[in-house]
Design a protein around this ligand. Structure first.
Ligand code: FAD
Ligand code: AMP
Length: 479
């Protein structure tokens, strides 16, 4: 018998579970289907983000950061840390505990909000009919007025480096190493490659990052990217740009990678190799030929600005649609869609999506970069503030980086905020809020910030836009 719902959400990653829970909060009869099973074979919610993405990677980044701080920086501030050592299996077990408790938490939230959950594969047909094949092999047919697809993404694999399960791994495998590889190769200098490289570099691996592009972090403001490259070099991360990997061969416990750079073809041997060349939308076994849902030329589900697909009443959100593959982007799309289904009229401002790279220093930004403003011919003012001039950063013995604000020359409206430094993953929220509210740099300049805080760097950068910063020599001054 067909079961009827107001909303069926396919996928319980961040985009899907936000949609399902918000739908239930709005009084809609909501179902959510997910097929993920953990290592023990149990169904589990949270998708890529909670199981093998944002959360486990941040756990390893935080642990490895504490370790390297204790090893390299504690002495300078009077803390003795003799006999320091890293217990990799314990670090991984701690990460697994966090994943377990968070994913159980999502299951609890679904239940307490009254979302009906199904553990298995969803297949969408015409007329918003969803056939579910449960993990025990049984099937259910569901139907709804609205369907929200949130099936996410998977790692891109390259034929030159097929995964071997132990020596050549993707990001998921790199979150499971039980020992520190002596020499670690990473293909791809995107956020994921740099974060995973940082973890194992801090714990003692010799890390070599092979990146095909000539430019480092092309999506970031290039002044920030240059500073990031300088800092990673200081940390002995060997990032080689203009280096395209073309082959690999595994012998015993080593992999030899073949790549080409401007000097020609070269080989290099590693103990482990992480393939971090990006992610692609996931729609395998999802759509019946008559579902009415179209894909674009890159395999993403085609949607309009409001995340509606070509099939009436069928929406798609998160990594499976255009836009940055970021958890918070999917969460907000999921919420927007179900609020619209419930008759509300929210909109998502795609210009206000923050990006963060959780290395040390962290890199974070929102809005336009300086190179984007230059190429579109916009006139703008820049205000920046070095963390070396921040009392709080000095007190914390961590003065790397700067905060930079780009504001429209005529209206002073903030067009972009770019940061590199400790804790900027948190500070960027202040830039996002300012941009959401359509603030001018002057608005931030007129706001009182607690002293001493790193946030004061944002205040000073805003003041510097018009040449009024107090703790630095201003480049130019308006009245
Ligand atoms: P997913 O999280 O991929 O979830 C999709 C879900 O759909 C899965 O649970 C899957 O089982 C289910 N599903 C798929 N098809 C079906 C089907 N037919 N039937 C039933 N269920 C189905 N993003 C950030 O914002 N910050 C970070 O710090 C960050 N770090 C990352 C680190 C790593 C190592 C990786 C790999 C990713 C990281 N990301 C980060 C990206 C982030 O994980 C994704 O953007 C996010 O998970 C996308 O959410 P989603 O809900 O769209 O898809
Ligand atoms: P991202 O998509 O941001 O996670 O970054 C992935 C990176 O991997 C991109 O910067 C690509 O240029 C890079 N990349 C993809 N294929 C190769 C390859 N064969 N060799 C080296 N780098 C690659």
């Amino acid at each position: 018998m067909t079961k009827k719902f107001d909303v069926i959400v396919i996928g319980a990653g961040p985009a899907g579970y936000h949609a399902a829970i918000r739908a239930a909060q709005l009084g809609l009869n909501a179902a959510c289907i997910d097929k993920w099973v953990n290592k023990q074979g149990n169904p589990i919610y949270g998708g890529t983000c909670l199981n093998v993405g944002c959360i486990p990677s941040k756990s390893l980044l935080d642990t490895s950061h504490k370790y390297i701080e204790a090893k390299e920086d504690f002495g300078a501030i009077g803390i003795k840390s003799k006999g320091l050592d890293i217990d990799v299996p314990a670090m991984i077990a701690h990460k697994d505990d966090i994943v377990e408790s968070l994913t159980k938490g999502i299951a609890g939230l679904m239940k307490s909000n009254g979302v009906t959950t199904y553990d298995g594969n969803a297949h969408l047909g015409a007329g918003r009919v969803v056939d579910v094949t449960l993990h025990d092999g049984s099937t259910e047919t569901l139907e709804a007025d609205s369907v929200v697809i949130a099936t996410g993404s998977v790692s891109v694999e390259i034929p030159s480096c097929p995964l071997t399960g132990e020596i050549i791994v993707d990001s998921t495998g790199a979150l499971q190493f039980q020992s520190v590889p002596k020499r670690l190769g990473i293909i791809g200098a995107g956020a994921i490659g740099l974060e995973l490289g940082s973890v194992w570099n801090r714990l003692g691996s010799e890390v070599v990052v092979l990146e095909a592009l000539e430019e480092f972090l092309p999506m970031a403001d290039q002044q920030v990217a240059r500073e990031a490259a300088k800092q990673f070099k200081k940390q002995a991360m060997d990032i080689r740009l203009g280096t395209k990997v073309t082959g690999s061969s595994v012998k015993g416990k080593k992999v030899t990678v073949t790549y080409t750079d401007m000097e020609g073809e070269k080989n290099e041997a590693f103990d482990r190799l992480i393939v971090a060349v990006g992610r692609k939308p996931y729609t395998e076994n999802l759509l019946a030929p008559d579902s009415g849902v179209d894909l674009d030329e890159r395999g993403f589900i085609y949607v309009n600005d409001l995340c509606l697909t070509n099939a009436p009443g069928v929406y798609a959100v998160g990594d499976v649609v255009r836009g940055p593959m970021l958890a918070h982007k999917g969460m907000e799309e999921g919420i927007m869609v179900v609020e619209r289904i419930a008759g509300q009229k929210p909109l998502l401002d795609y210009d206000c999506i923050p990006s963060v790279i959780y290395t040390h220093p962290e890199v974070a930004w929102v809005g336009k970069t300086e190179q984007e403003l230059k190429s579109s011919g916009d006139s703008y003012n820049v205000g920046s503030f070095p963390m070396a001039a921040s009392g709080r950063a000095m007190a914390a013995n961590d003065t790397t980086g700067f905060i930079k604000i780009l504001a429209d020359d005529k209206t002073d409206r903030i067009l972009g905020v770019h940061m590199i430094g400790a804790h900027v993953s948190e500070l960027i929220a202040e830039g996002v809020i300012a941009m959401e509210f359509g603030s001018c740099a002057e608005d931030l300049g007129l706001t009182m910030f607690a002293h001493p805080t790193l946030s004061e760097g944002l205040h000073e950068a805003a003041l510097a836009v018009s040449g009024h910063a107090i703790h630095i020599a201003n480049r130019k001054r308006k009245k």
